[in-house]
Structure formats: structure tokens, C-alpha cells
Design a protein around this ligand. Structure first.
Ligand code: PGA
Length: 256
């Protein structure tokens, strides 16, 4: 059985040490007894060092939201995976739809980043998902298959086993419009089939696939009860300790 994983994605919020500390001081005691779920918070670069100090000796792991695919050099404004490793970051979100859509990250670039993250032993959370028009045109699976093939190009089975996939339908992100558990499960099963085709049954069974898009304390349990949904990537509801802890509790109880 796969251990669920909840990722909080703070996006460009809670970026000062004071904001991060306030949130974590509330969250840590609320989730300290949940051991049947992995918990990661991906925060802005400006608070990662502060968070590393606060999170040591807790069951919450530290994540970044992006990185570049080179170790160092003339890349003004970019962040090296070496820097992230050096300050104790363990996870990194790659290919979030906001990176793809606003900052023009291509599948090929996400693939470069992914290979680099794996070579540095950073644990990648790789996002894939379709736009509303694509879903309405009946093309969701085709889009996801293309993203899957390009994003996971030239990866070995051993590489792939270290990847966490996040299925995030773009129409559900920050919109309050969650995919139904059935809609999400259908795509998760589809992704598992792609994993069998490209790798094998064992890989498909082992990899954790999170759902992301307007998860909240009211819809979390029904989503996580689906057989192929292994937790979630949470944006808006990860900004408050109260809502995030309820979502973590829901994931924890599905694994017990
Ligand atoms: P949301 O964001 O929970 O606010 O919809 C999810 C995400 O972008 O990862």
C-alpha cells in the first residue's frame, strides 16, 4: 500500500519569516501525531532557511516550488538545486501549471529540471493536468498522455520510483471547483496505465499520485478514499493551519 503524501503549496504567499513561523507554530502541534501520511510544505525561497530550523525534529518536510536545471552560472534570477540541497530542502515541485502557463515552461524544460533534481537526490513532485477547454473538447487524456511522455522522457525505472506525480486539472486550481472523486480517480487510473506502458506494473503500483485543485477540509476525505489517489497538493487551504491540518488528518486516516 502507498503512504499518502500531502503537500502544501504556499505559492507566492507567506514569504516573510514572521508569516512562515506563525503558520508553522500553529500547524506543528496539530499534526504531530499523524504518522500515516508524509507531510511537505513548499514555500517561497525567502523563508526556506527559517523553515528548516523550525521544522527540524518535526514530521513536516521542507519543499521548494521550483528550481533551475543547471548547478551554477550566469542565470540571473534562477535558483540552483545545489543551493536548495545545501539549506536542507528535500522536495521540489516541478512543472506546476502556473509555471507552465505564466512562465512558459515547456515539457522539455520540466524534463531537464526533473533529471537534475533526481541527480541531486531532491524528491520531485511533478504536476500534470489539462485546461478546461481541453477537457470540454474531450481531449483531457490525450493532453495528459503527451505531458506524461515528454515530461518523463529518458527516465529509468529507478528514477521514476523517486518521483511523485500530482494530477492537477487546471480548471480546478484556485477556482473552488474541485474535480469529483470519480473524475480524479479516472485520470489517476489512466496515469497508472501510462506507467505500466512506459515502465511496468511494479512501478505503476509503487508511485504516489496526488490530486490537486481546490482541496478543502470538506472534500478531502472523499478524494483520498479513492484507491488510486495518494493524498493531495493543496494551495489555498494550505495557508491556514486549521484547514491544512484537517486535510492531513483525512489523508492519515485513509492509511490506518
Ligand atoms: P488550490 O491550488 O488548492 O488553491 O486549488 C492547488 C495547487 O495549485 O497546487
Amino acid at each position: 500500500m502507498r503512504k499518502p503524501i500531502i503537500g502544501g503549496n504556499w505559492k507566492m504567499n507567506r514569504g516573510t519569516p514572521k508569516e512562515a513561523k506563525e503558520m508553522l507554530d500553529s500547524l506543528i502541534p496539530l499534526v504531530k501525531d499523524f504518522h500515516s501520511v508524509d507531510i511537505v510544505i513548499s514555500a517561497p525561497f525567502t523563508v526556506l532557511t527559517t523553515m528548516h530550523d523550525i521544522l527540524k525534529d518535526t514530521n513536516i518536510k521542507l519543499g521548494a516550488q521550483n528550481m533551475y536545471f543547471q548547478e551554477k552560472g550566469a542565470y540571473t534570477g534562477e535558483i540552483s538545486p545545489l543551493f536548495l540541497k545545501n539549506i536542507g530542502v528535500e522536495y521540489v515541485i516541478l512543472g506546476h501549471s502556473e509555471r507552465r502557463d505564466i512562465f512558459n515552461e515547456s515539457d522539455a524544460m520540466v524534463n531537464e529540471k526533473l533529471k537534475m533534481a533526481l541527480s541531486m537526490d531532491l524528491k520531485p513532485i511533478v504536476c500534470i493536468g489539462e485546461h478546461l477547454e481541453e477537457r470540454e473538447a474531450g481531449k483531457a487524456k490525450k493532453i495528459i498522455e503527451n505531458q506524461f511522455n515528454e515530461t518523463f522522457k529518458n527516465l529509468t525505472k529507478e528514477d521514476m520510483l523517486n518521483v511523485i506525480i500530482a494530477y492537477e486539472p487546471i480548471w480546478a486550481i484556485g477556482t473552488g471547483k474541485t474535480a469529483t472523486p470519480e473524475q480524479a480517480e479516472e485520470i489517476h487510473v489512466f496515469i497508472r496505465d501510462l506507467l505500466i506502458k512506459k515502465f511496468d506494473e511494479e512501478t505503476s503500483k509503487s508511485i504516489r499520485i496526488q490530486y490537486g485543485g481546490s482541496i478543502n477540509p470538506d472534500n478531502a476525505e472523499d478524494l483520498f478514499n479513492k484507491k488510486n489517489i495518494d493524498g493531495g497538493l493543496v494551495g489555498g487551504a494550505s495557508l491556514q493551519a486549521d484547514s491544512l491540518s484537517q486535510i492531513i488528518k483525512a489523508a492519515n486516516s485513509t492509511f490506518m
